[in-house]
Every structure is written in structure tokens, then in C-alpha cells.
Ligand binder design. Structure first.
Ligand SMILES: [Mn+2]
Length: 325
């Protein structure tokens, strides 16, 4: 099945000339680097390629020269004969509004509910969409160049949380082995993605970390970041998700609940968990979504009340789920 769809995708790509690549809103390391790798691959085949994301790139990715080719906004449909969507559960998830009439390929490693494209390749077993695109090299008749290898390795490195998350599979590591053989430099990539913080970001992390509190049972860790914290350090929307990694490392903590004030009375709540505690389950009950160990949702209301009530609801969900399993 998987072999057949890869061949079909390769065939479709071969038949097209001008291809647009896009990925989801709030792009991440996997979607960004897989887009760049795929663009390189298609260019090796002589295709005209545009890489477009609706949303801006997060820190630190916008600082890297190779990401400069990613245009922010809408795909220019003029002359485009194929759109490849990476990790988009539907077209709306890409934020692209000018591609409805165009042929589409959908490549995703999340369970997708609507096979909306002309060709749909969904592989929830894949650690990253980068691991899937690696498997397109052969059907396309390509060898990974060092640059393609670097990008695909960066995608997998990023989506497995530097090979720590539960999607760090033998397959993921085998693919990385092949990518290193093809020229990816693991140390250079790790240095680049992990050790590029600014001093003000680390100071902000200190501020957020000082908000840490645990519930009486000690299995939930709570963190808060207000707009004024960002403003004080002269930061806009900096990615502070790594703060949750530190809180999650506390012995006995199953889930981190990170409240981020988006505007007065509106909070984005990030959940990070470990073991059997399902972030996705909790997020879904609040109208959000995500993965087993990383999910999120948005809530409105007075902070004191949300901060008091949400952990109680989360405790309840986790306890119910524990008795079930
Ligand atoms: Mn991914």
C-alpha cells in the first residue's frame, strides 16, 4: 500500500512543472525543514518550486539563511499545476485560500480524517513528515544530496524532540543513519537548533520558571507567562516551549500545564506530558487537540479562576483515564 502511493506520488510529481509546497499554520521544525528538503528534491528534477507558509516561522528557524526562501502568505496559483501539503489535516489547516481548484498531494504522519487531496499518503507510524519524504527519494530516482540530508535530519531531529519523544523509533533512527551517511552533520544540526538562544530569552525562561507550582498530588506542574513578561524583556512571540521540558523533568510530574496570555482574558494553554498521561485527551475536552505528549487549547476568562479550575478538571480526566486502563 505504502509502496504504491509513493510510486503514484512520484509519477504525479514527474508529470508536473510548477509545484507549490505548503504546510500547516504555526509551522514547526518538521514542516519547515521537510518543505525545504522537498523543494530541493523537486528542483533537482528541474521543477519550478515555490515554498509558501501562511504563518511566520518561529524562533530560531527564521534566523537561518536556508529558510529565507519560504515566503509568508498565499500561494500564487498562476501557472501552478500541483500543490503538496505537508502535515495538513485539511486545506484549512494550511491557511491557503487560493488553491481549491488545483491538484493536490497530501502527505502527513498524523491520523487524517479527510483524504481531501487527489493523492493522500498518511503514515501515523512515521516519526516525522521528514521521514516520509525521505522515502520519496528512491521513487523519484534521486540520491540524497548533503543539503537534502541535512534538512531531512533536521526535520526528524526536531519532531522527535532531539530523539527523546515516544516517536523516536528504530525507523526514525535508521533514516537518520542513512541521512548522516549522505552528509548530515548531527552535531552541527543539534548546535544550530538547540544552542541559538538569546540572553533575553533565557532570562524570560527564568521568569516563567519562577511561576512554577505543583498541585498537591505533585503530578501536575503549572507555569504562567503574561504579556508583560514578554514586553519586559523586549520579546514578541518567542518560542518558550522548552520551558515545559524543564518542568516536565520533575520527578512525579505527569503533565505540564503552561498558561500563555495571548491578550487580556485569553490564554493559550500548552500541555506536555509523559508516560500514559494523554495531553491530547485533555486538550480535546477543552476544544483543542494534539498528540499524546504535546497538545494545546485556548480558553477565555479571568486568570485566577482558570488557574484554579483547569488543574482540577485535568486531574479528574487523568484519574478517570487511569481507572479505565
Ligand atoms: Mn511533524
Amino acid at each position: 500500500m505504502s509502496q504504491k502511493i509513493k510510486l503514484e506520488i512520484a509519477k504525479k510529481i514527474s508529470a508536473c512543472q510548477s509545484i507549490a509546497i505548503t504546510s500547516h499554520l504555526r509551522p514547526d521544525g518538521d514542516s519547515i525543514y521537510t518543505s525545504l528538503a522537498l523543494a530541493e528534491m523537486l528542483e533537482l528534477l528541474g521543477k519550478k518550486v515555490q515554498v509558501v507558509n501562511h504563518d511566520p516561522l518561529p524562533f530560531p528557524f527564521y534566523e537561518f539563511p536556508e529558510t529565507a526562501r519560504i515566503r509568508q502568505g498565499q500561494i500564487d496559483p498562476e501557472g501552478v499545476d500541483l500543490v503538496i501539503l505537508l502535515e495538513c489535516v485539511d486545506v484549512a489547516r494550511s491557511g491557503q485560500t487560493r488553491i481549491d481548484h488545483l491538484p493536490k498531494i497530501n502527505i502527513d504522519h498524523h491520523y487524517s480524517n479527510s483524504p481531501y487531496a487527489d493523492l493522500n499518503w498518511i503514515d501515523p507510524e512515521a516519526s516525522a513528515v521528514g521521514e516520509m519524504v525521505y522515502k520519496l527519494l528512491k521513487p523519484l530516482g534521486l540520491q540524497p544530496t548533503p543539503r537534502v540530508a541535512e534538512f531531512l535530519y533536521s526535520a526528524i531531529f526536531s519532531d522527535t524532540g532531539s530523539f527523546q519523544f515516544s516517536n523516536t523509533s528504530a525507523r526514525a533512527l535508521y533514516t537518520c543513519y542513512r541521512l548522516i551517511k549522505a552528509g548530515a552533520n548531527p552535531n552541527a544540526i543539534a548546535e544550530k537548533i538547540l544552542n541559538n538562544n538569546t540572553a533575553s530569552k533565557v532570562k524570560l525562561l527564568g521568569r516563567v520558571l519562577s511561576s512554577l507550582s505543583l498541585n498537591p498530588a505533585g503530578n501536575l506542574a503549572l507555569l504562567v507567562m503574561f504579556r508583560k513578561d514578554l514586553e519586559e524583556f523586549g520579546l514578541k512571540d518567542v518560542d518558550v516551549e522548552d520551558i515545559t521540558t524543564i518542568a516536565r523533568s520533575i520527578k512525579g510530574v505527569e503533565m505540564v500545564i503552561f498558561f500563555k496570555e495571548m491578550e487580556p482574558g485569553v490564554f493559550r494553554v500548552s500541555l506536555r506530558s509523559k508516560g500514559s498521561a494523554s495531553s491530547a485527551l485533555v486538550a480535546e475536552s477543552f476544544g483543542g487537540g494534539g498528540h499524546q505528549h504535546a497538545a494545546g487549547f485556548t480558553v477565555k476568562g479571568q486568570f485566577d479562576r482558570l488557574y484554579r479550575e483547569i488543574p482540577l478538571v485535568v486531574e479528574d480526566i487523568l484519574n478517570k483515564n487511569r481507572t479505565k486502563s
